[in-house]
Design a protein around this ligand. Structure first.
Ligand code: SAM
Length: 182
């Protein structure tokens, strides 16, 4: 990512409304699926609403984002919730792939409101067999941030779909990795 784009994200995070800890959108009402806890990966985590919520539920979380401003806000939120020791932040450009050491072994992988089709194979491979992937992207219309019709369903066809929805400008997929996976 160009430095100017990273700075643009910093600016958005610096002026955005404060965030509070909250569950991944696809897991609201399905918190029982998280009962086992374990390791979680939050890809393009922003200011950490989801990462901190997961840490507060007992997960050990790797949280990845390009924006130092976002990661500082995440660290402050984690501190407020008393879970700073369970969240590890990675300032990293996802254009280069997932950070070293975060490519596998997760009970839950979350990627909310961030689209990079080049990362789909890595996201499919990051959960342990039996682990979950929760991903949402903008859809409809044109532009690099918007998914093509059916994009998530096709990209993650090797996973067992728990929920797939498409409409109102968004695609959302909750799926489980089965067997040895992709
Ligand atoms: C729309 S926000 C979503 C944040 C969070 N997942 C949520 O649901 O609120 C997209 C996030 O992706 C991050 N981002 C954008 N491009 C990135 C890149 N190339 N590498 C890492 N993070 C990136 C931005 O800093 C921002 O936090």
């Amino acid at each position: 990512m160009a430095e100017a784009d990273a700075q643009r994200w910093d600016g958005k995070h610096a002026t955005g409304r404060p965030v509070e800890a909250e569950p991944p959108a696809l897991l609201r009402g399905r918190e029982h699926l998280l009962a086992g806890g374990g390791r979680a990966l939050d890809v393009a985590c922003g200011r950490g609403a989801v990462a901190v919520w997961l840490a507060a539920r007992g997960f050990v979380v790797d949280a990845v984002d390009i924006s130092p401003v976002a990661l500082e806000a995440l660290a402050a939120l984690a501190e407020r919730h008393g879970v700073a020791d369970r969240v590890r932040t990675h300032r990293h450009d996802l254009d280069a792939g997932l950070p070293a050491g975060t490519s596998s072994g997760y009970d839950l992988v979350v990627c909310q409101r961030f689209r990079d089709p080049a990362r789909y194979p890595a996201l499919a491979a990051a959960p342990v067999p039996g682990g979950l992937l929760a991903i949402t992207v903008l859809s409809g219309g044109d532009g690099p941030f918007r998914a093509a019709p059916g994009e998530l369903r096709a990209a993650f066809a090797a996973l067992e779909v728990i929920e797939y929805r498409e409409g109102d400008g968004e695609q959302a997929l909750l799926a489980r990795r089965t067997g040895a996976g992709p």
